[in-house]
Write a new protein. Structure first.
Length: 477
């Protein structure tokens, strides 16, 4: 039997896992983290989906494509001539890969700094013995008192359309388009109009592809506040992103020229879409492949997610699970919060995650961000509420930026004025939403925000004005 024994062993080095490992080490535990992700040279690449094929690379490409779009369409408004703007796709992808590597290296540095032992390879249960778990960590076998599972998720497959990452792409392939050819696809199809589909579709539309998004559901962005979803649909259409709702996907056929998708449209008519490449983004499934849950009797649900209680405890003593592999929203910051909370619970502290104040962001242009309940949810729950809205068109900073699309919307309890939800579509919504998250964590009222001094000129003044709008006393609109 191995002599290497740890207080805490984390399997999975994504945002849930690496953060859990660092927090556990900070709390004085002898901690190890096992992650199997490989970079192109076969070396370690901790950071999981988020760092390697998710949050970080998608934002790097969104940034590059936004610069390109600005140079092409918005510089002239500022008196800047930028004729014949071209983009070197290989260089853009190379920059994205560099950003990813910086993040991988950063995590390896953080492991060293915090004295977390890192194992590069697969982590799987071998057995449970004498209050300890025997775990295969790459080529070694180690022992753990506590185990934190953070094995993440994989892209959901569409039956009959296996990912080949050349023509039929998951998020992995979508982030590598043009890496070898240097070309932007002329026509790009996206199945699924969720966050990932819209973000990836936006990147390639800005770079010149004709993008068509096919969505099975009859409503666009069903989880988003209806007024925000309506505004987003209008703006995306104006940008040239084609979105067809209520479709039923039929056969997906590959040819040497690309991919053809047969589908039935919302009116029941048979249609086909022929594209150079097809991204399939129809959700993600929890990943426990390679974990060998049977060896220790770890309980999974019918979706393959690890079953946990409110505190991320599994059915096994001292085995915890966090992030995409358990219930709840598949978001990096939710995974991180659970990772911290679990490490603190192992230390006997009261780690906690408030699911009601987890912010959501879609990094399209304009960005969409929200926290708390939507207006349609409040109606369905029979809650009496007041609503206030303020357009960025009336915000001086937004006008100076040349980015006046969208609005901030506040929803507050009709009697107590407590903020129940804040919904933003517009410039830097991803940053602006933090104020609303803090306010809701502190159970603030809309009046609290309305009375706080916000810097001028700043986009955050739109947040204050939306709070003022609750009582119909906006000052600039
Ligand atoms: P993961 O990040 O998936 O990490 C799991 C890790 O465990 C991986 O490194 C995997 O290799 C490793 N692993 C699995 N099994 C084993 C094993 N048996 N042994 C060893 N290692 C193993 N979320 C946001 O909040 N904001 C965003 O902007 C955002 N953008 C996204 C964009 C895209 C294109 C995608 C696909 C996702 C995006 N997400 C975003 C979601 C986010 O990436 C996930 O919610 C997050 O990565 C989940 O973290 P995790 O730690 O649970 O799992």
């Amino acid at each position: 039997m191995s002599t290497k024994q740890f207080d805490v062993v984390v399997i999975g080095g994504g945002p849930g896992g690496y953060i859990a490992a660092i927090r556990a080490a900070q709390l004085g535990f002898n901690t190890a983290c096992i992650d199997e992700w490989k970079n192109e040279k076969g070396g370690p690449a901790p950071g999981g989906t988020c760092t390697n094929v998710g949050c970080i690379p998608s934002k790097a490409l969104l940034q590059s494509s936004e610069h390109f779009e600005h140079a092409n369409h918005h510089f002239a408004d500022h008196g800047i001539s930028a004729d014949n703007v071209r983009i070197d796709i290989k260089k853009m992808i190379g920059r994205k890969d560099t950003v990813v590597k910086q993040n991988n290296d950063g995590i390896l540095y953080l492991f060293k700094k915090n004295k977390v032992t890192f194992f590069h390879g697969r982590g799987s249960f071998v057995a449970a013995k004498d209050g300890l778990y025997e775990i295969k960590a790459g080529e070694e076998v180690i022992l753990a008192k506590h185990v934190v599972l953070a094995t993440g998720s994989n892209a959901r497959q569409l039956p009959g359309a296996a990912f080949d990452e050349e023509l039929i792409l998951s998020n992995d392939g979508a982030l590598q388009i043009g890496k070898t050819s240097g070309e932007v696809p002329k026509k790009l199809g996206v199945i699924g109009s969720g966050v990932i589909g819209l973000e990836m579709g936006s990147v390639w539309r800005r770079l010149g592809a004709e993008v068509t998004v096919l969505e099975g559901l009859p409503t666009f962005l069903g989880a988003v506040d209806e007024s925000v979803a309506k505004e987003a649909a209008k703006l995306f259409k104006k940008q040239g992103l084609k979105i067809e709702l209520g479709v039923k996907i039929g056969e997906v056929a590959k040819s040497k020229d690309g991919v053809t998708v047969a589908y039935t449209d919302a009116k029941g008519a048979a249609q086909t879409l022929s594209v150079d490449k097809l991204i399939i983004s129809i959700g993600r499934v929890p990943n426990t492949v390679g974990l060998n849950p049977e060896a220790v009797g770890l309980k999974l649900d019918e979706r393959g997610a690890i079953v946990v209680d409110d505190e991320c405890k599994t059915n096994l003593p001292n085995v915890w699970a966090v992030g995409d592999v358990v219930r709840g929203p598949m978001l990096a910051h939710k995974a991180e919060e659970e990772g911290v909370a679990v490490a603190e619970r192992i230390a006997g502290q009261h780690g906690h995650v408030n699911f009601n104040t987890i912010p959501w962001v879609i990094y399209t242009s304009p960005e969409i961000a929200w926290v708390g309940r939507t207006e349609q949810q409040l109606k369905a729950d029979g809650v009496e509420y007041k609503a206030g809205q303020f357009p960025f068109l009336a915000n001086g900073r937004a006008r100076a930026l040349g980015d006046t699309q969208g609005f901030v919307k506040f929803l507050a309890d009709a009697k107590t004025d407590e903020i129940l939800g804040v919904h933003i579509i517009g410039p830097f919504a991803s940053e602006l939403i933090s104020e609303a998250v803090v306010a809701m964590e502190f159970k603030a009222s809309a009046e609290d925000i309305a009375r706080i001094c916000h810097a001028h000129p700043s986009l955050s003044e739109a947040t204050k004005e939306a709070a003022l709008a609750i009582d119909k006393r906006t000052l600039n609109f």
